[in-house]
Ligand binder design. Structure first.
Ligand SMILES: Cc1cc2nc3c(=O)[nH]c(=O)nc-3n(C[C@H](O)[C@H](O)[C@H](O)COP(=O)(O)OP(=O)(O)OC[C@H]3O[C@@H](n4cnc5c(N)ncnc54)[C@H](O)[C@@H]3O)c2cc1C
Length: 395
């Protein structure tokens, strides 16, 4: 596995660092104070477009797939992780608010037809304005147990009719389209799952409500309902033939295998920010002479580096077309708990300063908890890995 970072990627990371100090962190602090997401018409998003952000990883139909190589390249999973860690270092909530196809992109990349990539990812190649995509699996009655989703999909001529409710979908109310997971028959469990692209103006797509959250307030996590939403057959991701032999569920899992290391590396970014802030606070308050404090700081740095290597390994496997389900789960099970330890250390050091609620470390402490929850909780990852270790089938 190649660990070196090529100069072009390093330049992009340095660009994020500059933007992070001047824009990302202040915006995150502002959203936290105001308790609401950064609005979609904020000039920051236009600025990001000019800086080359908000693009799809899909190279377009005329660009040949560059294939795999051993180092990070534009669009590779590893490059995405490097940039995501740096963004999250400055503010993970703002990082998720960035325009782009978001979590809706992996299912389109892995399962979508050329026509679907052209229609839904094409506008993100050189976006004319800040555009968002979204991904909605979770429902009020189905979180970890994705097999329990109840949003129904019924065939009607060449169209599909969707009915149900989704919750916590990132950037959903500002998105051009949402990848919505639904079931053709709830008794089939995961085999009944289908993924649809539901476009913004589809009649029946309504009731957008931005959820209240303890942290990560700069981006919206939104619930919405689908009432007799008529979706054209051409928006069933991958087409009907894709869903033979559990391919629908496998498609969802492939999406998560791509996004779990991403969520994990974002936790590493938050943890690194907490470590840096803890060092600053400890130095300013003469705490570094205490070997117990030094020991905890060192342990956090060491564990953050280990977590980062797990994420990179999962990304490297993905970039080489190899299965990474175990490594993706390992990264996701490990990084958020390390980041939580980092923010806990920080708030321990702050003492009563932390209790006032206006120190960055206190905000990071509130931000980090969700990293254990999203994209499969740490508990669920451990269950999956333990079953895999003793060669039990997936439950
Ligand atoms: C900030 C945030 C952003 C999100 N963004 C999105 C998004 O963009 N799109 C989307 O679709 N969803 C999103 N989600 C939803 C997220 O994926 C779910 O919250 C997650 O899957 C957990 O589901 P749940 O909250 O219903 O918890 P539950 O599944 O009810 O779990 C509750 C607790 O029980 C534990 N548990 C569950 N099953 C088992 C078991 N079998 N054995 C032992 N313990 C178990 C869990 O680990 C957890 O601790 C987001 C959530 C948050 C908090």
């Amino acid at each position: 596995m190649q660990l070196a970072i090529d100069p072009a990627t390093q330049k992009r990371v340095d660009g994020i660092r500059a933007l992070g100090a001047s824009q990302i962190r202040p915006l995150g602090l502002e959203a936290d104070r105001l308790g609401r997401p950064t609005p979609p018409d904020h000039p920051f998003f236009e600025l990001l477009l000019k800086a080359g952000q908000g693009r799809t990883r899909w190279p377009g139909e005329d660009t040949p797939d560059p294939g795999v190589d051993d180092g990070p390249r534009a669009g590779s999973s590893r490059t995405v992780l490097l940039l995501a860690e740096e963004m999250s270092y400055w503010d993970r909530g703002v990082a998720v608010s960035f325009p782009g196809p978001g979590l809706g992109e992996p299912p389109l990349l892995s399962m979508g037809t050329l026509d679907q990539k052209r229609r839904f990812l094409g506008p993100f190649i050189e976006p004319d304005r800040p555009r968002w995509g979204s991904f909605a699996m979770t429902e009020p009655g189905a979180g970890s147990d994705v097999a329990a989703i109840a949003t129904s999909a019924r065939k009607d001529g060449g169209d599909w009719i969707l009915n149900g409710a989704k919750s916590f979908a990132a950037n959903a109310s500002r998105a051009d389209w949402i990848v919505v997971w639904a079931t053709v028959d709830a008794s089939l469990g995961r085999e009944g799952h289908r993924a649809f692209v539901v476009e913004r103006e589809t009649p029946g797509l309504a009731d957008f409500q931005v959820e209240r959250k303890m942290g990560l307030k700069a981006y919206e996590s939104t619930s919405f309902t689908l009432a007799d939403c008529r979706v054209p057959g051409a928006n069933l991701i991958g087409g009907e033939e894709h869903y033979a032999q559990r391919a629908g569920f496998k498609g969802a899992m492939r999406s998560f295998n791509a996004t779990r290391p991403l969520v994990a590396i974002m936790a590493v970014g938050i943890g690194r920010a907490a470590l840096d802030e803890s060092l600053v606070f400890a130095r300013e308050h003469d705490l570094l002479g205490d070997p117990r404090v030094r020991d905890r700081l060192e342990r956090v740095r060491r564990r953050l580096r280990l977590a980062r290597l797990l994420c990179w390994r999962a990304a490297w496997l993905a970039d080489h077309g190899r299965p990474n389900i175990l490594e993706a789960s390992m990264a996701k099970a490990t990084a958020p708990s390390v980041a939580l330890e980092a923010t806990l250390l920080g708030t321990d050091l702050l003492g009563e300063v932390g209790a006032r609620g206006d120190h960055l470390l206190e905000k990071l402490f509130r931000d980090v908890k969700a990293m254990d929850i999203v994209e499969g909780t740490g508990q669920v990852q451990r269950i999956v890995m333990a079953r895999q270790l003793v060669q039990l089938p997936r439950s």
